[in-house]
Design a protein around this ligand. Structure first.
Ligand code: PMP
Length: 437
């Protein structure tokens, strides 16, 4: 039984899952994939729970791809959006609106150092597009460096930064260098940050004129399977990149807003201050919203051109985003993520003693990965088993994420209101499913 939860979903009278699926197949493009063999029809959400068309409750351990930060339909966020919706939904950002500047001020107050200039966009891909453009304009160079196993977006430029073959197309990507991933579990140099950093130096020396535009990384790779970069890596790489004329970009699309528990931003876990920070997903609790925060010096190069998009930071998204920042502080969600996350990771590590299929348990706060292997020594990815367990967990009422190059990593990244009871249920369900397997 899922932990008790005092909420009654509304009766659903809409189309059935089969009817939706039929229409989706006809009108939504053939390449769409469905996460479950029998696609799930979600009709309502409340905090860390989702409800299907039959009113069945699920523990949402994936938060709409790490997006629902405060919780589904969180009352304060919902109220902020609703009130703004009644007054003004959109007038374009060429006019003034207090919600936009208040939100920019609140976001800037969360940043260290000189990161004080905010640009609003609509998604993570767009944020990284803009960051890449800024890096290239500011440095006067073209070469961008990103990590193998990285995901930074699916737009035609950010796909170049992304280094996972599922998303690759045969299109020109232009001057992108993918360096060895500093992955302590699978990486060739283990946790030796210096040797991984040397690969960045080598790429610059052998693959460029000696100058680069920038370097981009997440501190815990999300889509890549909750891989936390080897400690000390970013400090060394930021030095190398800056010496080569480049700027350092932190992709906080998944790691930001206190999810890691120990820090508000992922980059703080590596003790660095980037030149550009990109964000999306959790910033809007589900609203289409992204942002780029940078220094006045870098922003200056943008001032020589018009940086404009129609919707970025519209009043409704800004009011919602402002409420998200407020809720995370008021409800002390960062400390909560640290507390619940360490409980969850501790319990998963105990489960690892019992089930050989668990090759690695990693992460921080509520950004957790469980990598499944058929052979612990060889680290052979347990692809088929992951797929079976994934379906089984759905049957048991838990919605997980999947990730990693081989799709053999469970990604546990729930809304930040996820409780220890939820964590216990998830681990017990996993234990049951694995025992059955
Ligand atoms: N960066 C990271 C780290 C992401 O995880 C994602 C999305 N999974 C993106 C960028 C792209 O964001 P979006 O899907 O909003 O374009």
């Amino acid at each position: 039984q899922l932990p008790p939860f005092d909420y009654q979903p509304k009766p659903y009278n809409g189309p059935s899952a089969d009817q939706i699926l039929e229409k989706r197949k006809k009108f939504l493009g053939p390449s769409l994939f469905y996460y479950y063999q029998k696609p799930l029809n979600i009709v309502e959400g409340k905090m860390q729970y989702l409800y299907d068309e039959n009113g069945r409750r699920y523990l949402d351990a994936f938060a709409g791809i790490v997006t629902v930060s405060c919780g589904h339909c969180h009352p304060e966020v919902l109220n902020a959006i609703t009130e703004q919706n009644k007054l003004l939904q959109h007038a374009t950002t060429i006019y003034l609106h207090h919600a936009i500047s208040d939100f920019a001020e609140a976001l800037a107050s969360k940043m260290p150092g000189n990161l004080k200039v905010v640009y609003f966009v609509n998604s993570g891909s767009e944020a990284n597009e803009l960051a890449m453009l800024m890096a290239r304009l500011y440095s006067g160079n073209l070469g961008m460096i990103s990590l193998r196993n990285a995901y930074h977006g699916g737009s035609s430029s950010t796909i170049g930064l992304t280094a996972l073959n599922t998303w690759k197309y045969p299109i020109p990507e232009g001057e992108i260098h993918h360096v060895i991933n500093p992955d302590p579990f699978r990486g060739v140099f283990g946790s030796d940050a210096t040797r991984y950093a040397k690969d960045v130096q080598d790429h610059i020396e052998y693959g460029t004129s000696g100058k680069v535009a920038g370097f981009i990384a997440e501190t815990i790779q999300g889509v890549g399977g909750a891989v936390e970069l080897a400690p000390g890596y970013l400090k060394q790489v930021y030095d190398i990149v800056r010496k080569a004329g480049g700027v350092c970009i932190a992709d906080e699309v998944q790691t930001g807003f206190g999810r890691t528990g120990s820090h508000y931003w992922g980059f703080e876990t590596q003790g660095v201050i980037p030149d550009i920070v990109t964000m999306a997903k959790g910033i809007g609790n589900g609203l289409p919203l992204g942002a780029v925060v940078t220094t006045p010096e870098i922003a200056h190069v943008m001032a020589q051109k018009i940086q404009f998009n129609t919707f970025g930071g519209n009043p409704v998204c800004s009011a919602g985003g402002l409420a998200v920042l407020r809720v995370i502080d008021k409800e002390k969600r960062q400390a909560h993520c640290a507390d619940v996350g360490s409980h969850l990771i501790g319990r998963l590590r105990s489960l690892q003693d019992k089930h050989d299929i668990i090759g690695d348990v990693r992460g921080r706060g509520l950004m957790v990965g469980v990598e499944l292997v058929t052979d612990r020594k060889e680290k052979t990815p347990a692809k088929a088993e992951t797929a079976i367990l994934f379906e089984k967990m759905r049957e048991l009422g838990v919605l997980l994420g999947k990730g990693g190059l081989h799709g053999n990593v469970f990604r546990i990244k729930p809304p930040m209101c996820f409780t220890k009871d939820d964590a216990d249920y998830l681990v017990d369900a996993l234990d049951y499913a694995m025992s059955e397997l």
